[in-house]
Design a protein around this ligand. Structure first.
Ligand code: SF4
Length: 325
């Protein structure tokens, strides 16, 4: 076992210095569990005109569901195709069905119920992940999620992106940190696991701003975190802004350092669902270094080793607090 200069043993989860989703699911199910992304054909209030039509300025035409195998197909067919891809990579037979594209709690409750159960009925599915906006969790929807949570392993993914309201506003999100806290309260009261998404490298945010977001999340009752790098994608409002007023995109070195700084202050039990994002090669404007995902993940592992560090090394242990809204 590697020891640092103070004699402290690094905390390991499998062979990683952070608590990965892969490790969490292996611990829970005793084998590899793969996630299959699905597009249920829902819309989003930020795209259908209820709130706005252009969407969040970083969001692609596919509503952040760019890796769904065949969005035009039925859910079972999408699942079958996703399963075929996964089987080539992993021999495992267990899956989490992930309703990823657009806002997956934005439809009449009976439509949602039917969709969730279709996803759950696919062969080998042991759980469901539902991605949504914090302002699309009505009491009725929360009651449905409570039923699903009793029937299977469920987590809800909420796109927070940043705690800074000036950034949420600039990104045309039409919700902010207060909405996130309110949604989190509702989910926590119903004992539904929550995974927050954040984006590093938003225009106008400095390193301290991003660390403030991570620090705030480290004291909240969220069970999972997805860290994304801002991907500037073609055909997005952000690409137009960039064309007229270019802003700095993060370098790989800055990104890796920031991710490690963030991991160090998170609670060790928090599950890390992602440490960088994926985007189709033909749609990304920058930073293009992010396309070499394996190299980025290796660089994060190397930086953790170089610092003799691990997730939670500097977690303050302040406990979980919900802010009043
Ligand atoms: S809430 Fe999600 S799906 Fe809707 S515009 Fe924003 S990122 Fe896209």
């Amino acid at each position: 076992m590697f020891m640092n200069e103070t004699g402290e043993e690094p905390q390991l989860w499998g062979d990683k210095r952070y608590h990965s989703l892969n490790c969490h699911l292996r611990e829970k199910y005793g084998e590899k569990v793969s996630k299959i992304s699905l597009d249920a054909g829902f819309s989003c209030p930020n795209r259908d005109g209820s709130l706005a039509r252009n969407g969040c300025s970083f969001c692609s035409d596919r509503g952040s569901g760019d890796f769904v195998a065949a969005p035009q197909e039925s859910l079972p067919e999408q699942f079958r195709q996703g399963q075929e891809i996964m089987r080539k990579k992993w021999p495992g037979q267990k899956y989490i069905a992930h309703l990823q594209a657009f806002t997956n709690t934005y439809a009449p409750v009976e439509t949602l119920r039917k969709t969730y159960y279709i996803a759950l009925e696919q062969p080998g599915v042991v759980g469901l992940a539902i991605s949504t906006r914090p302002d699309c969790l009505s009491e009725e929807v929360l009651d449905l999620l409570t039923d699903i949570n009793q029937a299977t392993y469920l987590w809800v993914e909420l796109g927070l992106q940043t705690i800074h309201k000036r950034s949420s506003h600039m990104l045309n999100m039409h919700y902010d940190y207060d909405d996130f806290i309110k949604a989190l309260n509702g989910l926590q009261l119903r004992k539904i696991e929550t995974c927050a998404h954040i984006i590093l490298g938003l225009p106008g945010e400095e390193e301290e701003d991003m660390l403030e977001t991570a620090q705030a999340l480290s004291s909240l009752p969220i069970q999972g975190l997805k860290i994304h790098l801002l991907h500037l994608m073609k055909n997005t409002p952000l690409a137009d802004i960039y064309a007229h007023q270019p802003f700095a995109l993060l370098s790989q070195e800055n990104y890796v350092n920031l991710v490690v700084d963030i991991l160090e202050i998170l609670p060790p039990q928090m599950v890390i669902h992602r440490l960088t994002g994926d985007s189709p090669k033909d749609l990304i404007i920058g930073p293009t270094w992010s396309l070499r995902k394996r190299l980025v993940l290796n660089a994060i592992d190397s930086e953790l080793i170089l610092r003799n560090s691990w997730q939670g090394k500097y977690y303050s242990g302040a406990g979980t607090v919900l802010l009043p809204v």
